[in-house]
Design a protein around this ligand. Sequence first.
Ligand SMILES: C[S@@+](CC[C@H](N)C(=O)[O-])C[C@H]1O[C@@H](n2cnc3c(N)ncnc32)[C@H](O)[C@@H]1O
Length: 268
Amino acid sequence: MIQDFEPEATRRSAGDAESSRASRGWWDRNADEYQTEHGAFLGDDRFVWGPEGLDEAEAGLLGPASLLKGADVLEIGAGAAQCSRWLAAQGARPVALDLSHRQLQHALRIGGGIPLVEADAGSLPFRDESFDLACSAYGAVPFVADPVKVFREVRRVLRPGGRWVFSVTHPLRWAFPDEPGPEGLSVSASYFDRTPYVEQDERGRAVYVEHHRTIGDRVRDVVAGGFRLIDLVEPEWPAWNSQEWGGWSPLRGNLIPGTAVFVCVRDE
Ligand SMILES: C[S@@+](CC[C@H](N)C(=O)[O-])C[C@H]1O[C@@H](n2cnc3c(N)ncnc32)[C@H](O)[C@@H]1O
């Protein structure tokens, strides 16, 4: 879809409904370009946690592979459902949920028979205790104004003992320009400034929103959502990965973290 205006980048507050509306529109307009640009790196049926290329097949953050067999898994912000396809290949029963119709059309295009659900992560259309596991690779969490609302929903649909594992942009990145080159190595903003990054149209309506939380905020949000945090993984940039992804690059990746993966459990 062609955008007939140049959005203005700013920092201002953006609530739940506005953020959600902006995300749906942005991902619908940009899904084709996103899949063209990143589809090969993601692979149709790999589970990659972020631009570093950390692969669930090696990381095992969802738990032992033997437990995936027969497990009901909810993938949130699934995009083209690449991770769900990998989960299905391990014998799991994934459901891929996303806000964006166009992203889910890419999931259909790639195929694999994964059940797809178009819905907002803040209001999950499932019964209580429907899933053994929930996961999200950069889906939804960085874009929502109220992550605790999402976490409470995830907890509700998980069975006791279930894991919730999600990756987001590493909070430290907020303090640096989102540039892959040397200009992305100098602090330019306060890490403590939680004002969202907003791109808005000529009438001031948000067309893209990203929300910043510090590491401490994220830990508190996880706990407020009813989870116990059992690991916080900061993938290091591997020698084999020479690919840039937006502001993520080998140059920066060798110096500062780019992704944070939170491994959480619903105890009871
Ligand atoms: C960076 S993409 C990640 C997709 C996929 N995990 C991947 O690695 O390609 C973020 C995805 O989150 C989805 N998303 C954003 N906000 C959402 C929300 N509130 N509820 C559900 N999905 C959301 C977007 O539509 C998009 O497909």
